[in-house]
Design a protein around this ligand. Structure first.
Ligand SMILES: C[S@@+](CC[C@H](N)C(=O)[O-])C[C@H]1O[C@@H](n2cnc3c(N)ncnc32)[C@H](O)[C@@H]1O
Length: 230
């Protein structure tokens, strides 16, 4: 279902300008988008410190990143979301709640490299990315090989991806892709809320819905392996 454009969208986006680092249209021609929008950000300047940087891709309403940022005040967080209507909710929450260590990118993950320097991120969170079943949309799946190549570039040596999903087939697909594309998978559970990682878990908007339906949540950590020199 197509979401109705939010009322006063543009003035409200403008009111969030201080925490919005980039705004790019989803483009069919990503090569062209990459050329037009290339503007790699200096994180020290953005955050005013040299702290580590972590990135959520597909941040939705921003509840997860807000809580993660509250729990980790010395870490700098980036929240990336393609949908302007949706990121507006997340940015307004951040400003309303006075959270100082989160900034936003309203861009498709496909062009994240245009804004984020190689090796500049120590963790990436993929929370309930759309599973996109079937083979037609495999390229759009956020754990398909082309995205894993982008994440591997953005991640520092030893950096990690934390993925959560309610979809067992998507989880199986992701496990296989991480294993085949230079990541070591650790801390795997198919029932997060009954696992040793339950206590530290931050429940996202979609996660709460799936929990209410009684669905178990899958979760993994994929660590970037050292590139081979041979
Ligand atoms: C199913 S929602 C999950 C939202 C949130 N992470 C949660 O767990 O509540 C997936 C989100 O990812 C965003 N998304 C999907 N593909 C994306 C892409 N290629 N780049 C950036 N965001 C994307 C969607 O707009 C949507 O807000």
């Amino acid at each position: 279902m197509r979401m109705r454009k939010k009322r006063n969208l543009e003035p409200r986006m403008a009111a969030c300008a201080e925490i919005l680092l980039a705004r790019g249209k989803p483009c069919k021609n990503l090569k062209e988008a990459a050329e037009n929008y290339r503007a790699v950000l200096d994180m020290g300047t953005v955050f005013g410190n040299d702290g580590p940087v972590e990135l959520e891709i597909g941040c939705g309403n921003g509840a997860f990143i807000a809580e993660l940022a509250r729990r980790n005040p010395h870490v700098n967080f980036l929240a990336l979301e393609v949908c302007t209507n949706v990121i507006l909710t997340a940015m307004e929450r951040t400003l309303r709640e006075g959270i100082p260590n989160v900034r936003f990118l309203n861009i498709p993950a496909e062009i994240a490299e245009c804004y984020l320097a190689e090796g500049s991120v120590r963790a990436i969170y993929l929370n309930f990315s759309t599973p996109l079943p079937g083979s037609t949309h495999e390229r759009q799946r956020l754990t398909s090989p082309r995205f894993l190549r982008i994440y591997a570039k953005l991640l520092a040596q030893g950096g990690k991806i934390v993925q959560k999903t309610d979809s067992a087939p998507f989880f199986d697909y992701s496990l296989a892709q991480f294993g085949a594309n230079g990541f070591e998978v650790r801390e795997v559970t198919r029932d997060l809320h009954a696992s040793e990682w339950a206590a530290e878990n931050i429940v996202t908007e979609y996660e709460a819905n799936f929990m209410a339906q009684g669905k178990p949540i899958c979760r993994l950590v994929a660590v970037k392996l050292k590139e081979r020199s041979d």
